[in-house]
Structure formats: structure tokens, C-alpha cells
Design a protein around this ligand. Sequence first.
Ligand SMILES: Nc1ncnc2c1ncn2[C@@H]1O[C@H](COP(=O)(O)OP(=O)(O)O)[C@@H](O)[C@H]1O
Ligand SMILES: [Mg+2]
Length: 425
Amino acid sequence: MTTNNFPDFTNYGYQVTRELGHNRAGGRVTYLATEINSQRTVVVKQFQFSRTGANWTEYNAYEKEIKVLKTLDYPNIPRYLDSFQTSGGFCMVQEYKNASSLADSRTWKPQQVKQIALSVLEILKYLQSRIPPVIHRDLKPDNILVDDQMNVYLVDFGFARSGGGEVTVSSVVKGTLGFMPPEQMFNREITIASDLYSLGVTLICLLSGTNANDVGSLMDETGRINFQQLKKRLPPLNSAFLNWLEKMVNPNYKDRYENAETAFRALVSLEVLPPWEMPKWVFPTVAGLTVSTVIVGIAVTGVLKLLNPASEKQISAGNSSVTITTNPESSESLSQVPMSEKRVYFSVNLSKIKPGEYTGFCQLFDGVGALVAMGEAPVKTADNRLQAWCWYDFKNTEEVQPGDWKFKFYLQGESVAETSLNVTR
Ligand SMILES: Nc1ncnc2c1ncn2[C@@H]1O[C@H](COP(=O)(O)OP(=O)(O)O)[C@@H](O)[C@H]1O
Ligand SMILES: [Mg+2]
């Protein structure tokens, strides 16, 4: 029994709550539902045969989606649960993820877009490691879900295929215009690099705030994304990141990254923001520790320790402070950091500094007092203040010891600030 206009799946054990999405042309409607026995929330996707008449393409999409989903076992891909057939069409039941699609208008900071890109590439790495590799073929904002914790999920395997190769002449061009790479549009060979193209266009939509339906406005007459034009619609981005994006959407798949793994590796260490927007600086890295000056002010709290206050060659007559954080955009100050963190930042703040340019130098010692990293960089004062960023990447965690780590900062060779940090395994 249903109390609304939704189809009645109660005979099959499901009660529809609301519609999640529909593709009328393709005859598909996706519902949020409750599995009556367990009371768990699920997703029921109905492939209707009544609306579009006797057409077997929907049935193919349904069969394909079930077949592909059944073989996949990955936390970021909702699991296949069940299927049944009603008078209205075929239904596929899958796990529900409390996440909304990228098609919902939300604004993303460039750093978040990078995070989403890396997460989708992780999922593609999994798909491409299947034998034969699975190609999604319909990557676009609608089919990528992101939750409040920035977990990313990939849905809609209706067009997916196992293995690449030529598309048979008879097969219909599937996918979504604008997100399809040329080789898919013109029914040529499809490879795992085809999904990279679609991901690239998706990221460009997110960065430029372009609605998926307006994706055509990013293309020139030849269907290529014109990067010179595009730059005007993008926020300031690091040129290395722009080059990465451009390679993702290269019309020729041979000029894209080879697969998700290589695209991932090329992206992971890239700065997204241009130097002047970055909350830190790109200076020579010595043993993994980089010193940097900063322009954006970050609220300073935490450990205050003024060294050499009365020294004659004193550089600083004011306070010095070091704030420790794993997120340079937050104003939190940490005293403990687990090694599972990727990176820890030390923000050094000095006040009442004689204006000028100095050489900043920092050192980091681990729990047994061994020097794990050091770095040097030119730093400049602004309004008699000086802020420098140092960061450390927990890369070779076998080689360093947990415990009380020491961070020391020097200006012109003079020790001006230090702090300690409890590092845990
Ligand atoms: N497992 C899921 N959990 C949460 N939302 C989902 C799930 N699957 C799909 N959705 C939502 O339903 C929409 C339509 O599902 P999709 O499988 O993409 O259908 P279609 O083939 O019609 O595009 C998606 O864009 C997404 O917003
Ligand atoms: Mg979809």
C-alpha cells in the first residue's frame, strides 16, 4: 500500500520514500526506499519499459548495471543488493549513501576540488585494476556523490563496460554530451583514459561553477575545451594544476595520462593555488621540511616562547609564537599529531621585527632527538611582523621515532622561536 504517487514495491519488500532522480528519456527513475524487513534505507532504481515503449536498450542498461555492480566490491561504490521485476519495469536495489551529487549547486574551493579529484581517481584505480578493467563511461557531476565528510562515491554503472576496444558499429553512442571524450563520441576505441577525460571536464565544471547542462559553453566550435578562454572563468589556479587539468581533457587519449594511477601520482603533490594565494611558500626543500613566508594572515594562538629577549643582536623585540596545525586554513593549534597525518604545519609568528629580509631556518627533531628535517628560506617582514610557514610530511615514518618532537626556528642564525609537539604512532 502506498500513500503517494510513487510505485508500490511493498510486495517486493520495499517502501518508497521519495524520488532521488529521474532520466525520463532513458526511462529510469531512482527512488529512496526503506527495506521493510530491516528498516534500512536503500536505493531502488527502476528501468521502466512502459514509458518508452518496447525498447531493449533500457533492459540492456539494467542488465549491464547489475552485472557490473555485482562484481565490484569497494567502499566508495554503493553495493548491489537485490533486483526484482514489476509490471512497470525492472528494479535494481543498491546500498544508500547519505551524500549528494556534484550536480547539486554547491561551491567548492579549488583545494576541495583537488580532494574530490584524488578520491575519484582512487575509485578509478580500483575499477582499472579489475580484470578486464571496468570503464564507467558516464562520469559526470550527477554520478559522483560527496558527503559531509568529503567521502566520495561513484554511482550509475548503466553504461559501464568491462574492457576497452572498438565500439561495435551497431552500438548506440552512450554517455553524456560534453563529458564524453572525442573517442567515445565518434564511436572509436574506448580506453581507460576515456574516464579521465570525463573526470577532467567534471572538475572544470566544479572549478568554474558551470552547471552540467551548460558544459557546452566551455567548448569551442571544434568541441575542445579552450583553456585560454576557460582561464577567465576559473579562480586563480597554480599553473602546474592547470597543466594537469589540460592533460586530463586532451582530445587525443594518447596525450592524456595513461590511467588513473598516473593521473593520481601526477596530481597528489601539486599545489592548486598560485603562489600569491598560497598560505605558504615554495622554497627549496631540505630533507622534506620547507620554510615559507606567508601573506594570508592566520589567527595565531598557542605556544608562546620568546627566546633571547635581551640579546644585543636581538632581531625581535616582541613576541614569538608557533602554531601547529594539520590544516593551514583553520586557526586550531595542536599539541599532538599522529604520524598517520600527511603533513603538519608550523606557523611561526614574530612581532616587532626590524623591517627587512632575513634568512629563516628551521629544524625538526624527533622523539629521540634525531634531526629529521631542516629547511631554509628568505623571509620578509610586513608591518614589523614576520610570519613563516614550515611543514613536514610524514613520509618515512619507519625512520623517525614518536614522542616529543622539537621544532626550532632561526632568523639570521639566531634562535627566535621553538616549540614541542607530541607525535604518536
Ligand atoms: N546509492 C545511492 N545513494 C544515494 N544517492 C544515489 C545513489 N544512487 C543514485 N543516487 C542519486 O540518484 C541519482 C540518479 O541515479 P543514477 O544511478 O545516476 O540514475 P540515472 O541512470 O537515471 O542517471 C543520482 O544522480 C544520485 O543523486
Ligand atoms: Mg546518473
